[in-house]
Design a protein around this ligand. Structure first.
Ligand code: ADP
Ligand code: ADP
Ligand code: ZN
Length: 214
């Protein structure tokens, strides 16, 4: 099963992708998580990516594609994957289509998690991330058992630098300009499915499970 999560920043792609990955026993691949891990480790890739991420801009396609194509070589991708935050531009989507085509494959579903812009700012300002294990919470909607501490691994949680309202506005502009066109791209490939992302986390997941026929 090869799944792409589409949707605005903060729509709940990561939250749902983790649940899908658990249910189907496939890896959850988040380009944002990979970039953040590189920043944390102080790699060259991390240094380059940070310049763009801090401004709410996309990391250039060439850098992103190099990273993801390398990730696909990992044996854990043999049974598919759920992609979260990739592709984010038409050239990235075309490169993915081509790479899969060469192996006689294609993606199964592109799931658009629909949440209006009005809801995004509050989602993002309440988001708390664990940089150690990648878990995400929300101070109101998806709280941790103990405030500020990851339920999964016990590390401290952070408000991401790029989740501050000014940067979120920029990221939403970038989303509408560069990523939203992917909705038409995957509709054209007859791969697009839509879910209402304003529902409770568990309801969104049930809607997805129904679509995936599990
Ligand atoms: P969110 O889950 O809130 O949408 P991500 O963690 O997916 O945020 O991404 C954070 C940032 O990492 C993006 O704003 C962008 O700068 C960079 N990034 C992640 N994935 C990509 C990608 N496929 N192409 C370009 N930049 C990316
Ligand atoms: P994305 O990966 O699309 O940027 P996340 O999965 O990180 O989005 O979710 C953004 C924020 O909204 C997080 O704080 C998350 O805990 C919260 N969230 C996710 N799904 C829901 C939901 N269905 N209802 C309310 N809050 C949610
Ligand atoms: Zn954690």
């Amino acid at each position: 099963m090869k799944i792409i999560m589409l949707g605005a920043p903060g729509a709940g792609k990561g939250t749902q992708a983790k649940k899908i990955a658990d249910q189907f026993q496939i890896p959850h691949i988040s380009t944002g998580d990979i970039f953040r891990a590189n920043i944390k480790e102080g790699t060259e890739l991390g240094r380059k990516a940070k310049e763009y991420m801090d401004q709410g801009l996309l990391v250039p396609d060439s850098l992103t594609l190099e990273l993801i194509m390398d990730r696909f070589q990992n044996p854990d991708c043999a049974n598919g994957y759920v992609l979260d935050g990739f592709p984010r531009t038409i050239p990235q989507a075309e490169a993915l289509t081509e790479a899969l085509k060469e192996q006689g494959e294609s993606i199964d579903f592109a799931i658009d998690v629909e949440v209006p812009d009005e809801n995004i700012i509050s989602r993002m300002s309440g988001r708390r991330a664990c940089l150690a294990c990648g878990a995400t919470y929300h101070i109101v909607h998806i709280p941790t058992k103990k405030e500020g501490v990851c339920d999964r691994c016990g590390e401290g949680l952070v408000l991401r630098e790029d989740d501050k309202p000014e940067t979120v506005k920029k990221r939403l502009d970038v989303y509408h300009e560069q990523t939203q066109p992917l909705i038409d791209y995957y509709a054209g490939q007859k791969k697009l499915v839509r879910v209402d992302g304003t529902q409770e986390m568990e309801e969104v997941f049930q809607a997805i499970v129904k679509i995936l026929g599990a």
